[in-house]
Design a protein around this ligand. Structure first.
Ligand SMILES: [Mg+2]
Ligand SMILES: [Zn+2]
Length: 173
């Protein structure tokens, strides 16, 4: 991970105060088929370069939060308490990298519930903006799926695909 002024300037180029991350496929590797969900903290394989990047954002006083669909809760495959353990494990890694605990905005509904928060709907992103008293111009959302991109587009938030984040992290941008 570069720690140079060069790296700072790349973050400054993006010029966003609130960095919102999707979870699966971004902070951690997606669940391996046929299991579509991460149901235990032991199955979590973290993307450590992203975790380190998040800690660097926080050290620059930028806000970092997570917006994730976890229909597995609605399907009763996992409890809210167990989900919190998974998020604690991610937080421990962020702390170990020198950062602070992340806040998690989670849609736990079933797709059939037709809620307002399940991505590609913009509910989670809109709630984050409300809670942080901010506006789309100050935010960026990083995800790995078209539903993430659509949620960002509807919220009028800048979107970055995970692969482009990796390019940024690796200094190839
Ligand atoms: Mg994802
Ligand atoms: Zn929902």
């Amino acid at each position: 991970m570069p720690k140079s002024a060069d790296f700072s300037s790349r973050i400054n180029t993006i010029d966003k105060k609130i960095w919102i991350f999707d979870r699966d496929g971004v902070l951690n590797q997606k669940a391996v088929e046929p299991n579509r969900y991460i149901l235990a903290e032991d199955s979590l394989i973290l993307n450590l370069s992203v975790i380190d990047f998040i800690s660097q954002l926080q050290r620059r006083s930028l806000k970092v939060t997570v917006a994730t669909n976890q229909q597995c809760v609605g399907k009763k495959l996992i409890t809210e308490a167990k989900l919190a353990k998974i998020h604690n494990k991610i937080n421990e890694a962020v702390q170990k990298a020198g950062g602070q605990n992340l806040t998690y905005y989670v849609c736990t509904h079933l797709e059939a519930d037709n809620c307002v928060c399940r991505k590609p709907k913009p509910g989670l992103l809109n709630l984050i903006m409300k809670d942080f008293s901010t506006n789309p111009q100050e935010c960026i959302f990083i995800g790995d799926s078209e539903s993430d991109e659509e949620a960002a587009r509807t919220s009028k938030i800048k979107f970055l695909y995970f692969g482009d984040l990796q390019t940024l992290i690796n200094g190839l941008a």
